[in-house]
Design a protein around this ligand. Structure first.
Ligand code: GLC
Length: 754
C-alpha cells in the first residue's frame, strides 16, 4: 500500500513534539532526545554556525589579533566574552533567542584561570600547596562569581606538564609532574562543574592545551614539540585522562606541532585517544586561530584545507579562524567532510548547551555584589599561604623582636606582581601590597620604612619586547645606568636604619603567560644589583619573590638569610605572606617544579630517566648537575620525623601477587615546637622494565596537620597497576613482575611482585 507522504510528515512532526511543543524545547525531556530533535530540524548552514566561536567586546589578550565584534550573527554557536558587561551579553543572547529560526542560545566563554574578580594564587603556585581539596573549593567560588557575571564556560584548567621555565606559560599549569597535574586537573574540574552545569554557580571546564604544548622546543611559544608516543603517554596525556574521568565538559586543542602533526589536526589524540579510548563525549574547541595556523605550520595548504583537516581530526569548534563558517558547508557538499562529522560535532555543542541549562536560563544578572565574598577571600588567603614555599631559612624567620623593619624593592608596593598574568577581571589595585600587609601585621610591634630601590622593568628594546634577564649585562656587557640605580642610596640608608630587610623582588606580570618566553630566567640585573647593594649593609635579608616561573637564584641565594617563594599569590597574597613573616602561619608549600642552579641545566626535573653511567660520569664539568632547589623542596618552622614505612606490618622486602591491593603506611611526627602541616610525598620506582622508567615517580601525596609532638599514621592505598605500573605507547596500562621501591621520607621499602 503506497503511503501518503503528507501523512508520514504529519506523523513525524507529531513524534517530534510533546504536549504540542517541539521536544528540544521540553525541559523535562532527556537531553539526548532534545539534541536529536533539534539536530534533525537544523539546516547545514545552521549546523555550521554552531561550530564557530568569535570574540565580543574588547579583547584583553594582546597576543590574539582578531575582529572583535560589536554585533554577531544570531546563529553563532559561542562567543569569547571578554567584556564584563551583563547588559551586552544579554542583548546578544536575546538576539540569538529571538532572531534565529530555532532560538538556540549562545555559550559565553572566558579565560577564568585563577579567579574571576577575586584572584587566587596562580596555578603553578597552587600545585605547591599539594591541597587539591582547597583548589576544588577555590574553583567553586570562582565558578560562582563567573557564572553569575555571564560566563558559562571557562578555558581552564591548563594542565600542560612543563619542565622548561623559559616558557612563559609554565605559570598556567601545575608544574613538572604528571601526577600533580592530574590531581589538580580533576580537582579543578570538580570545583568548576559541581553537581550540575544547569546552575548559576557552575561553569563548564575546559582541559587545555591538548596536548604536549608544555614541551615547546627551548621554551619558545607556539613552537615545535618533540614528543614520542611513549612520552606522550608517560608525561603529557595523564592529566587529560584524569580531567576527562572527572567529567570535564570540553577540551581545547593546542597550537603546537606535535612531532609533525599539530595538536589541532591530530586525529590520533583528538579522536582515537580522546573519544575512542577515553569515551569523551564533550566538545573540542580549537585554540585561538589554531585552525588557520595549520597553514603557517606547513600542514594545510590554505584555510579551506585547514578547516577540513581540523574538523576531520576532531576539532568541533573553530575559535576565530573563520575556516568553518567560510568553508565547512562547501566542504560537505564537495564530500571532503562528511555530513555525519558535522552532525556529531554539532551534537556535542548542543549537548553542552542543554547540560548548561541555557535553553531555560539564557540570561544572566549582573552580580557585581557577589565579588570578594568572605568565603572567597578566606580561601584565597589560605591557598596563598599553603602554596608559598620557604626555600631557605637560617633561623631569621619567623621575625621575632625586630623593632625596625625595612621593606625594600620594586615588588613591595606593587599589586601587579601579586595578581600575575591571565587575571580575568582581577585588578592590580584591588590587591593589598606586601608593604601594606607588613605594616598591618607588625603595627604596634615594629616601625616600618620603605624604599623602592629600583624599577621592576628591564630595558624596553623598542620592538615591543624588552630585555630583562642576563641580556642586559653579563651577556651583552651593558652596564646599569646611573638612572637605573638612582634609588639605591635611599634603599641603602633605609636598610642601614633597620634590624631586618624584607627585600621584595620579582617579575612583572607580563613576563609570564602566553607569548612570554625568556632565554634567561634570571631577574633583571638591576634587581640583582639592588640585592647586592643591600647585602653590603650587612643587615639580615628576607628575600620575598613574586614570580611566575622558577628563577635562577644562585647569586641571590648567597646574599639572603631566608627566601620565600610567593609565586603570584593573588588578592589576599600579601596578607598570607605577612602571616608567614610573623609566624602566624607556618609555611608548608613544597615545590611542584624544579629551580635550576643555572639556566643551562634546562631541562632539569626530578623524574628523569637513569643514566647509562653512574657516579660522576656524564655530568657537567663546569658546575653541579644538581638543581638549586629540587621538586618537593620546602622548609617549615617546625621539624618532622618519619617512622619506618610498612605494608601489612612488613617493613623489609615484601612479596605480593599482581592483583593484590596493598596499603603502605608510615608514622609522621611533629618533632618541633610549633604546629605545622607536612606534605607527605610517596614515590615509586621500577628499576628494571622493558620500557625504562624514571628514577622515581610521585604516585601519592597527602597533607597532614600536626601539633608539636603529635604523630599521625599516613597511608598510601596501592593499586599495583595504577600505582606501580606504567603505560606503553599504545596507552595500555600494565605492571611487570619484579622489584619495586617505595620511597617516603627517608624510607626505601623494597617490594617484589610475583
Ligand atoms: C589564547 C590561549 C588560550 C586561551 C585562548 C582564548 O591564545 O592560547 O589559552 O584560552 O586564546 O583566549
Amino acid at each position: 500500500m503506497k503511503r501518503n507522504p503528507f501523512i508520514i510528515a504529519l506523523a513525524l512532526l507529531a513524534a517530534s513534539c510533546s504536549g504540542g511543543q517541539a521536544i528540544y524545547k521540553d525541559a523535562s525531556a532527556p537531553i539526548e532526545k532534545r539534541v536529536n530533535d533539534l539536530l534533525g530540524r537544523m539546516t547545514l548552514e545552521e549546523k555550521v554556525m554552531q561550530l564557530n566561536q568569535y570574540a565580543v567586546g574588547v579583547a584583553d589578550n594582546a597576543n590574539n589579533i582578531g575582529e572583535i565584534y560589536e554585533s554577531v550573527p544570531p546563529t553563532i554557536g559561542s562567543l569569547i566574552y571578554v567584556q564584563d558587561d551583563a547588559v551586552l551579553r544579554n542583548a546578544i543572547q536575546k538576539k540569538a533567542m529571538t532572531e534565529s529560526r530555532l532560538g538556540i542560545p549562545l555559550i559565553f566563554a572566558t579565560d577564568v584561570i585563577h579567579g574571576f574578580r577575586t584572584i587566587y594564587q596562580v596555578p603553578l603556585g597552587q600545585g605547591c600547596s599539594f591541597d587539591p581539596e582547597l583548589v576544588t573549593a577555590m574553583a567553586r567560588e570562582t565558578a560562582r562569581e563567573a557564572r553569575r557575571s555571564g560566563v558559562d564556560w571557562t578555558f581552564s584548567p591548563m594542565i600542560d606538564v612543563c619542565r622548561d621555565p623559559r616558557w612563559g606559560r609554565v605559570v598556567e599549569g601545575f608544574g613538572e609532574d604528571p601526577y600533580v597535574n592530574s590531581m589538580f586537573s580533576a580537582a579543578t574540574v570538580r570545583g568548576y562543574q559541581g553537581q550540575t552545569l544547569a546552575s548559576d554557580t557552575t561553569v563548564a571546564a575546559c582541559l587545555k592545551h591538548y596536548v604536549g604544548y608544555g614541551a615547546s622546543e627551548a621554551g619558545r611559544d607556539y613552537a615545535f614539540s618533540e614528543v614520542s608516543r611513549q612520552t606522550l603517554w608517560d608525561t603529557y596525556l595523564p592529566p587529560y585522562e584524569a580531567g576527562v574521568k572527572a567529567g570535564a565538559s570540553t577540551v581545547m586543542s593546542s597550537f603546537n606541532d606535535l612531532s609533525g602533526v599539530p595538536g589541532s589536526a591530530n586525529r590520533y589524540t583528538l579522536t582515537d585517544v580522546l573519544r575512542g579510548m577515553w569515551g569523551f563525549d564533550g566538545a573540542v574547541v580549537s585554540d585561538w586561530d589554531a585552525v588557520v595556523q595549520l597553514v603557517n605550520q606547513g600542514y594545510s595548504e590554505d584555510l579551506k584545507a585547514a578547516a577540513a583537516d581540523a574538523v576531520n581530526a576532531g576539532v568541533d569548534i573553530d575559535m576565530m579562524s573563520h575556516g568553518y563558517d567560510r568553508y565547512l558547508a562547501e566542504l560537505v557538499k564537495e564530500g571532503k567532510v562528511s555530513g555525519k562529522t558535522v552532525d556529531e560535532a554539532v551534537r556535542r555543542v548542543l549537548r553542552l548547551k542543554f547540560r548548561l541549562g541555557l535553553f531555560e536560563n539564557p540570561y544572566t544578572a549582573d552580580y557585581e555584589s557577589l565579588y570578594f565574598q568572605p568565603g572567597a577571600l578566606e580561601k584565597a588567603r589560605k591557598l596563598a599561604a599553603e602554596s608559598m614555599v620557604l626555600l631557605k631559612n637560617d633561623g631569621l624567620l619567623p621575625i621575632r623582636d625586630k623593632k625596625r623593619i625595612a621593606v625594600i624593592g620594586p615588588g613591595a608596593a606593587n599589586g601587579d606582581v601579586l595578581i600575575g598574568s591571565w587575571r580575568c577581571r582581577g585588578r592590580a589595585d584591588e590587591a593589598k601590597t606586601l608593604l601594606s600587609a607588613i605594616r598591618d601585621e607588625f603595627s604596634g610591634i615594629a616601625e616600618i620604612r620603605y624604599a623602592e630601590g629600583c624599577r621592576i622593568q628591564g630595558v624596553d628594546t623598542g620592538d615591543g619586547n624588552f630585555s630583562v634577564g642576563a641580556g642586559l649585562t653579563g651577556i651583552d656587557g651593558r652596564k646599569l645606568t646611573a638612572e637605573e640605580m638612582s634609588g639605591f642610596s635611599q634603599a641603602r640608608s633605609v636598610a642601614m636604619w633597620s634590624d631586618v630587610v624584607i627585600l621584595c623582588l620579582g617579575e612583572d606580570s607580563s613576563w609570564g603567560g602566553e607569548n612570554a618566553s625568556m632565554a634567561s630566567i634570571s631577574l633583571p640585573p638591576v634587581q640583582e644589583a639592588l640585592a647586592m647593594e643591600i647585602a653590603g649593609t650587612g643587615k639580615p635579608v628576607v628575600l620575598a619573590l613574586c614570580n611566575g616561573r622558577p628563577l635562577e637564584l644562585v647569586r641571590l641565594e648567597s646574599v639572603s638569610n631566608a627566601i620565600v617563594e610567593l609565586w603570584q599569590p593573588g588578592t589576599m597574597g600579601a596578607d598570607a605572606f605577612a602571616d608567614i613573616l610573623s609566624g602566624d602561619v607556618n609555611p608548608s608549600g613544597k615545590l611542584d617544579i624544579t629551580f635550576p642552579y643555572y639556566v643551562g641545566q634546562i631541562p632539569v626535573y626530578y623524574d628523569r630517566k637513569p643514566s647509562a653511567r653512574r657516579g660522576n660520569q656524564g655530568v657537567y664539568k663546569d658546575m653541579t648537575s644538581e638543581p638549586l632547589y629540587p621538586f618537593g623542596h620546602g622548609l617549615s618552622y617546625t621539624s618532622f620525623s618519619y617512622g619506618k614505612a610498612s605494608i601489612g606490618g612488613a617493613s623489609d622486602t615484601l612479596r605480593f601477587s599482581g592483583r593484590q591491593h596493598l596499603t603502605a603506611e608510615v608514622d609522621v611526627t611533629n618533632t618541633g615546637q610549633v604546629s605545622g602541616d607536612e606534605v607527605v610525598l610517596w614515590y615509586v620506582s621500577d628499576p628494571y622494565g622493558h620500557i625504562i622508567r624514571p628514577v622515581r615517580e610521585l604516585r601519592h601525596f597527602e597533607r597532614v596537620s600536626l601539633e608539636p609532638g603529635e604523630t599521625k599514621t599516613v597511608t598510601f592505598p596501592i593499586d599495583p597497576v595504577a600505582d606501580l605500573g606504567f603505560v606503553d605507547e599504545d596507552g595500555r596500562h600494565f605492571v611487570e613482575p619484579g622489584e619495586f621501591h617505595l620511597y617516603v621520607g627517608d624510607n626505601d621499602l623494597v617490594l617484589f611482585l610475583e
